[in-house]
Design a protein around this ligand. Structure first.
Ligand code: SDX
Length: 362
């Protein structure tokens, strides 16, 4: 029995490969560096879904259809009741997605790609007493998300930063939420059901719920001088350092540097608080040193969530929405894996070893 299915190969996939020893991520044969340097969200989405839906399409077609889908989906916000919209952002988003029809077709997939992008900004604005802003079908997804959040057209630096984030986290092998998506898809329940299960798995702080707590940690540490003592005391309390460690990566998560790089244009336009960035770097150095000393047998390095926290904060997302933004980017990976599993047709049903009591002898 492999606790946590550690090192268990549970599927063959053509979607992505996470090389934990080399610290390398490729998506459909394209390296992360190349995707980030040349890619847009719509581009990586078209790449991931290629050949998995009943129709074929290119990046430009997907961009247009997705923009139209955002406009269609916006109607669900008007119909949502106040109690639902008052839930924590990820729960409210999940409740709204649950109202979408299930299916395996491209229109269902489009609605699911559009839904988190439309729902999250609207939920956040409603929770701040502001009116939701309708999508602008002339914009690509990243720019429209920021416009629906802030009411202002984003700068190219802001759009590029969010696009880089969405590309970087679009797919990542059989992480917990993607595996959940495949399990549901293997029962032929439909894409909406797969995404609902995946969002639920993503919520956990051991998975996609970590970026918000990274900011909480930086706030608690306060200054670079406090970093070593604070981190040491946290580990003494048996706490996990949010934004560090990974089940697969035994070296630095390549996405950490992709996102650290995406911060640079925002720093140049004064969008990132310089002191915040300096504190994060000091905490990273201190954490790596302490983890190396405390866990000599387990390489623990920075993961995708650490610099995600600074990037999403700089773009104006409140920390309670960071997991929701993660879901916006990862939905395409969930859909692609769900379709790959549905086309394989095999039900996912592992076994367990029974260690409970046996019936009393008759
Ligand atoms: C994501 O799988 C994916 O690909 C996920 C993801 C994706 O793109 O989908 O990459 C996104 O989930 C990133 C991870 C976000 N979560 C966090 O940052 C939370 C903090 N990190 C962890 O809790 C932890 O590192 C996990 C959950 C990410 C991985 O845990 P594992 O593989 O189950 O490792 P483990 O629990 O077996 O830990 C091994 C040892 C333990 O020490 P011992 O009990 O052996 O002495 O390492 C320690 C752990 O205590 N450890 C940490 C630690 N992570 C592991 N100690 C302190 N801080 C940490 N962050």
């Amino acid at each position: 029995m492999k606790n946590g299915l550690e090192d268990v190969i549970a599927a063959e996939t053509q979607l992505s490969d996470v090389d934990g020893e080399a610290g390398r991520l490729i998506i459909r044969g394209v390296s992360l560096d190349h995707l980030v340097a040349n890619g847009t969200y719509e581009g990586v989405a078209a790449l991931l879904l290629d050949g998995l839906m009943e129709k074929s399409f290119d990046e430009a077609e997907l961009r247009d259809w997705l923009a139209q889908a955002r406009t269609r989906i916006f109607g669900h916000i008007k119909a949502a009741d106040a109690a639902l919209l008052a839930l924590p952002p990820v729960d409210a988003m999940r409740a709204l997605i649950a109202r979408l029809p299930d299916g395996e077709d491209f229109d269902t997939a489009l609605s699911l790609l559009a839904a988190p992008a439309v729902f999250l900004p609207a939920i956040l604005r409603k929770q701040r007493g502001k009116r939701p802003i309708a999508p602008d079908a002339s914009l690509p997804q990243a720019a429209d998300i920021l416009r629906m959040l802030t009411g202002k057209l984003p700068t190219w630096e802001q759009t590029a930063a969010l696009d880089t984030y969405l590309v970087t986290i679009s797919d990542h092998g059989l992480n917990a939420s993607t595996f959940a998506s495949r399990v549901i898809a293997s029962t032929q329940a439909g894409l909406t059901s797969s995404v609902l299960a995946a969002v639920s798995a993503l919520k956990g702080p051991l998975h996609g719920g970590a970026p918000g707590p990274v900011l909480d940690m930086l706030d608690a540490i306060g200054t670079a001088e406090n970093a070593y003592s604070w981190l040491g005391e946290a580990l003494d309390r048996g706490e996990r350092l949010m934004g560090f460690g990974h089940r697969i990566y035994r070296v630095r998560d390549p996405r950490a540097d992709a996102l650290k790089g995406a911060l640079k244009p925002l720093i140049s336009i004064g969008q990132v608080n310089g002191a915040r960035g300096a504190l994060a770097e000091a905490v990273e150095v201190a954490a790596l040193a302490i983890l190396k000393a405390r866990k000599p047998n387990r390489p623990l390095d920075v993961n995708v969530e650490f610099y995600t926290a600074l990037l999403l904060e700089a773009l104006g997302f409140p920390r309670e929405a960071f997991t929701g933004v993660f879901a916006i980017g990862r939905t395409v990976g969930w859909l692609a894996h769900a379709r790959e599993q549905a086309l394989d047709g095999r039900l996912i049903r592992p076994r367990s070893v029974y260690i409970g009591p046996l019936p009393a002898a008759a």
